[in-house]
Design a binder for this molecule. Structure first.
Ligand code: ARG
Length: 633
């Protein structure tokens, strides 16, 4: 069954066609003026122009043709020719019942399934995982879930930064520490004792030295990188030890964040493909020599930008910059591994689409790689898409740092959030009777919900300020508020069971079985004059939408599919975050104005079924955002 906006649009298109108006202007959507109507159509204005008529006249003829349908009585006309619709109680009832019964809570699936790789997370070995990778993980995890839920075949890939210069740098640091690698036993013992904390201390110290102009360290690190990539056994052994230590820690970090990958691959996994690929690029005549390095030009004719040179003069250079494929030291670069990873994915997953959920500041890098891939024939340009996002900022508006000015580690961030969650739970007198384990579990879930929802409630391109106090509030548009609402519904439903109320079919998850997803249950005989449908009884549903707050809740439940489709199309989970909040608000209004347990008979059964449908859809929406709801709090 389609959502109401789609059903309205289809019906309106039929009216338009009948009147000889272009149905492509028949779009009907939720109204932004709820005082005038629940749905609105503005197309009369556009078609009137083409038909050489007054918009008012067109609107009137459309309204007359609509007359009363199962969906809505004839629309009212506002302003120059806007059509405003109010949904019939029957149509709302049917839709709410469908959502209640449907295993997908009213969501539609994609028409054409695709194979999709989502590249996200992307932490670096040795550098540790910090808040910079937080957004990539949160947004990517949600995008992966949304795509999978709508029916695509999806692989999430962590694409660890485990190759390249940073690895050479740490190897160099280790060499200095041990005074060379000649003593095999000494090296062996050192590698066995290696911890992530050490790696995370070694890397920045040496990165700083290079940054401050230590050419000796830089050149040795470059040589070490080339040796590693060239297959030196010694370098591989050291690399593997660093890799394993880092990987174990990162798996733990991701697990506590509720992020999981199907492919735990890294840049290093694409390395075996690089020599063949470079040879292939050469054969295709795509590589050029540039002061000993090999580059691949990706700018088209006339694509330039102005660039300021060191001496202050401004020159016109090609844009995007060429992709650096092989450095003058013979190393593969960041873009080279990304290009080889495309070859690898096309071979292994055969995706129709690869989504890269990576900081917006890497947009140029991806443009270079995608163009190179298209030029080489490894993928089509429109199979590759960068899902960029803004930064998480500190109060000063620059990317978030610790007080000491360093990057905050993910584990520390989660720890801070948990501490605040414990505090807030106690403040709100929640969990005094919980066991220690349950209390800790709830605090963890509240902390993760706070962090994730704060992130996902912004359009991904928007940067936001990290403000744990605000994120952790139980009121307003926050993760904890949504958890609280979901848990409240759980407790109502539990109480109903305790009261011995025969749970209505939707409570028992009827949607999974035979009684579920049947579009035949709700024939859409739009525009056909018909006798009013009797309220569903017996074999039909139990939901009956009557009260104004029930209407609002049914409309919110109906909006899930639209929000999901937009989140999918725009690759921005924030449309679902918005939906979760709207749904929780609508439930809140319903709960205040429509007593559930104190009511009786069919009304109580209907309201319980509505509550159960809300819980199902809210839980599902939160799950698509990567947020888990505790049993109670
Ligand atoms: N490791 C990279 C970084 O920390 C992010 C990797 C993003 N994914 C990719 N395919 N390049 O900046």
């Amino acid at each position: 069954m389609k959502d109401l906006a789609s059903a309205f649009t289809a019906a309106n298109a039929r009216v338009f066609a009948k009147l000889g108006l272009d149905p492509k202007h028949a779009d009907v959507r939720r109204s932004d003026r709820p005082d005038l109507g629940e749905f609105q159509a503005n197309g009369a204005l556009a078609v009137a122009k083409a038909a050489g008529k007054k918009p008012q006249e067109v609107a009137q003829s459309v309204a007359a043709e609509w007359s009363a349908t199962e969906l809505s009585p004839a629309p009212s006309i506002a302003g120059p020719g806007f059509l405003n619709f109010k949904v019939t109680a029957d149509a709302l009832t049917r839709r709410a019942q469908f959502v209640a019964d449907d295993a997908h809570a009213g969501a539609s699936l994609v028409e054409h399934k695709r194979r999709v790789v989502v590249d996200y997370g992307g932490p670096n070995v040795a550098k540790g995982m910090h808040v910079g990778h937080l957004r990539a993980s949160i947004i990517g995890e949600s995008v992966k879930r949304i795509y999978r839920f709508r029916g695509d075949e999806v692989w999430g890939d962590a694409h660890f930064g485990d190759w390249g210069f940073q690895m050479g740098l740490v190897i160099t640091a280790l060499e200095d520490e041990l005074g060379g690698f000649d003593d095999e036993a000494k090296l062996d013992a050192r590698l066995k004792a290696l911890t992530l904390d050490q790696l995370e201390a070694i890397y920045p110290a040496y990165a700083k030295r290079v940054k401050e102009g230590d050419i000796n360290v830089r050149d040795r690190a470059r040589k070490a990188t080339a040796a590693l990539q060239g297959g030196s056994e010694l370098h591989r052994t050291i690399w593997k030890a660093m890799h394993d230590v880092s990987m174990a820690a990162q798996k733990r970090d991701f697990a506590s964040l509720g992020v999981d990958f199907d492919l735990w691959l890294g840049e290093s996994d694409a390395d075996p493909l690089i020599p063949g690929m470079v040879e292939d690029l050469g054969k295709k005549g795509l590589l050029e020599d540039d002061q000993g390095a090999r580059i691949l030009r990706v700018a088209g004719p006339g694509e330039t930008r102005k660039k300021k040179r060191d001496d202050g003069t401004v020159v016109e250079v090609e844009s995007p910059d060429p992709l650096l494929v092989v450095s003058s030291e013979g190393s593969a670069m960041y873009g080279t591994t990304d290009l080889a990873t495309i070859v690898q994915r096309m071979r292994d997953q055969k995706p129709d689409l690869i989504l890269y959920c990576v900081d917006q500041r890497q947009a140029d890098h991806f443009e270079q790689v995608y163009r190179a891939a298209a030029k080489a024939g490894y993928a089509q340009r429109d199979q590759l898409e960068h899902i960029g996002f803004g930064t998480m900022n500190g109060p000063d508006g620059t990317p978030f740092k610790t007080r000491a000015g360093g990057v905050l580690k993910l584990q520390d961030l989660i720890g801070q959030a948990e501490e605040k969650a414990r505090h807030r739970l106690k403040e709100n007198e929640i969990g005094a009777d919980f066991s220690k384990e349950e209390f800790e579990d709830v605090a963890h879930k509240v902390a993760i919900a706070a962090i994730k929802f704060a992130d996902l409630s912004n359009f991904r391109g928007t940067s936001y300020i990290f403000d744990l106090d605000r994120f952790m509030s139980f009121e307003g548009k926050t993760g904890p508020y949504l958890l609280y609402q979901a848990v409240r519904i759980k407790s109502i439903l539990r109480k109903a069971e305790e009261m011995g109320l025969t749970p209505s079919p939707p409570l028992r998850g009827r949607g999974q079985g035979e009684g579920g997803r049947s579009d035949a249950q709700a024939p859409e005989r739009l525009n056909a004059p018909h006798p009013p449908t009797p309220a569903p009884q017996g074999g039909g549903g139990v939901i009956a939408i009557e009260h104004e707050s029930e209407r609002a809740l049914a409309l919110a439940l109906d909006a899930f599919d639209g929000a999901l489709r937009t989140a999918y199309d725009k690759k921005s989970p924030h449309f679902l975050a918005e939906h979760a909040f709207n749904l929780a608000q609508a439930f809140s209004g319903f709960y205040t104005n429509c007593p559930i347990l104190p009511s009786e008979g069919a009304v109580r059964a209907s309201r319980l079924a509505l509550a159960a449908a809300t819980l199902k859809q809210l839980t599902l929406t939160l799950d698509l955002l990567g947020i888990e709801v505790p049993e109670r709090m």
